[in-house]
Design a protein around this ligand. Structure first.
Ligand code: GLU
Length: 547
């Protein structure tokens, strides 16, 4: 019996050959870089995935190339549609829109299907080819046999795995294999390695530079027995070849399997792509540094950022700072450009890990929101609220213009307010501007130096009876507050107050605080003049009457 006959016995219905597929997927012309984001649809989008997708996106964009999305669902156990929707939403939210993809039943691009579970036939043709050229074989070892092998290897302190003399089924004759198949025994297909673990080869990683790795010698599984789908190791080789990927960007946890992948590419005679193994995202915890963890860190999930309403740009910016060490400097020098104009350089990645820091994200986000125009902020926070926060949505719906005016306080100026870190906190910063909330909330009045309620009421009464005038401009308004101070025995001039504090009941800042706290309950708010004007005298008097 020949290998070809064995291959036919295993795949009787596969009649397309490698050559047929090469014709169906012609080499791409004119694309300088082809990258792919190839997530497994687990129902969870990890921050590391978006970090890699940004790099994929940039490499393609910098080189006038193609960035495509491939869904790697050969381990599919969950609801595929929902998991893919999550991936799609994340990519679109961050503006990392692929050039080729298969989403919602629609395929864009000539290299599909872009979903691995729909490519079974293709993989089978490639596996069939490997069997024909004697580089793959069926393995009938049971789970128990493999466990025994592992225990024995561990016991003898040997490298574990199915390799060399331990690759039992490799020693079967073709006839024996055929016999077992005909008898209905279950099997997987393994790659037949020709490598030698003691031999090293040079492996070039664009981030880590030239490395010396041990050759692969494992006869690893390329097709599983249960669903006849290929493993990741095998499927991505076939896909990256047919789809013309030039740069494989993936987490560094894959580096240890790179020798397997290189041997597979070589067995087919395919060119090995460029590799960008991205360093781990790490975080500080006390004095130590550890990998960001799905289990321990809510910020490892991309839903953390959308739930809290961080503007997409802020999240991207925070990731860009760990993608390339020169990014911040570049952005300072090019304030009008955005990350899509940046040229990604793999050698400017810290190979020891990207230190991610929420504090930094918060600063970037605060800064970004502070520079947004009021209209933009209204629009963006409203869109977010429609999906994630009904109560803010309702508040904006009540009076969009009023909401805009509140957000516009201290905005269009050289040093704008920087109190908004994300959209989910907006309500907690502006609730007191809404009577319903103001009346219904349990509030603690944050009085400072002046706490005597009679004195407080006296200040308020005199001020609103005698000095307040809705038509005053800001300067006139403040001068009147000073006049009020003079009348009531408070220092209108801080210098004078400091020189002789005993001569006064307090100073102008104490008086402003009384007005501020009385109408908002807070001692710290944006500009009081604007707050007073937005609330208007009637609503203010109503609030004061309840003190
Ligand atoms: N599906 C693999 C993962 O989610 C992708 C690795 C790769 O990009 O090749 O980890």
């Amino acid at each position: 019996m020949t290998n070809k006959e064995l291959a036919n016995l295993i795949f009787p219905n596969i009649d397309k050959t490698l050559e047929d597929y090469k014709e169906m997927y012609p080499r791409r012309e004119g694309d300088f870089a082809v990258t792919r984001f190839a997530p497994s649809p687990t129902g969870y989008v990890h921050i590391g995935g978006i970090y890699q997708a940004i790099i994929d996106f940039l490499i393609a964009r910098n080189n006038n190339g193609v960035f495509f999305l491939r869904i790697e669902d050969t381990d599919q156990k969950r609801e595929l549609k929902e998991a893919v929707d999550l991936i799609k939403e994340a990519l679109y939210y961050y503006g990392l829109v692929p050039n080729e993809y298969q989403l919602d039943g629609k395929t864009v691009g000539n290299y599909g299907p872009y979903v691995q579970s729909e490519r079974k036939e293709i993989y089978h043709a490639f596996i069939k080819h490997l069997i024909e050229i004697d580089r793959a074989y069926p393995c009938f070892c049971t789970h128990d046999t493999l466990e025994e092998l592992r225990t024995m290897q561990e016991h003898k302190k040997q490298r574990t795995g199915y390799y060399g003399k331990y690759a039992k089924c490799r020693q079967l004759s073709i006839e024996e294999m055929a016999e077992k198949i005909k008898n209905g025994e279950t099997y997987v297909i393994r790659f037949k390695s020709l490598g030698d673990f003691e031999r090293k080869f040079k492996f070039n990683d664009l981030v880590k530079g030239e490395l010396e790795l041990s050759e692969n010698d494992e006869d690893f599984v390329i097709m599983k027995s249960d669903n006849l789908l290929p493993t990741y190791h095998f499927a991505h080789i076939v896909d990256d070849f047919l789809m013309g990927t030039t740069h494989v960007v993936r987490g560094e946890e894959w580096l240890s399997s790179a020798p397997k992948h290189v041997e597979l590419f070589n067995a087919f005679g395919f060119k090995v792509p460029n590799y960008v193994h991205t360093p781990l995202i790490i975080k500080k915890e006390g004095n130590s540094i550890r990998k960001i963890s799905k289990r321990k860190d809510p910020e490892a999930s991309m839903s953390y950022y959308t739930d809290l309403g961080y503007p997409a740009v802020a999240v991207i910016e925070s990731l860009m700072t760990i993608i390339n060490s020169n990014y911040e400097e570049w952005h300072r020098e090019n304030p009008d450009k955005n990350f899509t104009d940046f040229t990604y350089n793999p050698t400017k990645m810290s190979s020891s890990g990207g230190l991610y820091d929420l504090e930094k994200l918060n600063n970037i986000s605060k800064d970004f929101i502070s520079k947004m125009k009021a209209d933009e902020l209204v629009e963006d926070s409203y869109n977010w609220a429609c999906q994630y926060n009904e109560s803010l949505k309702n508040l904006i719906d009540r009076d969009r213009e009023y909401y805009r005016s509140i957000l516009n306080i201290e905005r269009d100026q050289e040093k704008p307010r920087k109190d908004i870190v994300n959209y989910s906190m907006i309500e907690s910063l502006i609730w007191y501007m809404y009577d319903e909330d103001f009346n219904s909330r349990e509030k603690e009045y944050e009085w400072k130096n002046i706490t005597d309620i009679n004195e407080i009421k006296n200040i308020l009464n005199v001020y609103f009876d005698k000095y307040y005038d809705a038509s005053d401009d800001k300067e006139t308004w403040f001068n009147k507050v000073k006049e009020l101070c003079d009348e009531l025995g408070y220092a209108s001039n801080i210098k004078e107050y400091k020189a002789n504090p005993e001569a006064f009941k307090g100073n102008v800042s104490d008086v402003s605080t009384v007005i501020r706290v009385a109408i908002t309950s807070k001692s710290n708010t944006p500009d009081l003049y604007h707050i007073i004007n937005l609330l208007g005298k009637d609503r203010i008097m109503e609030r004061i009457s309840k003190l």
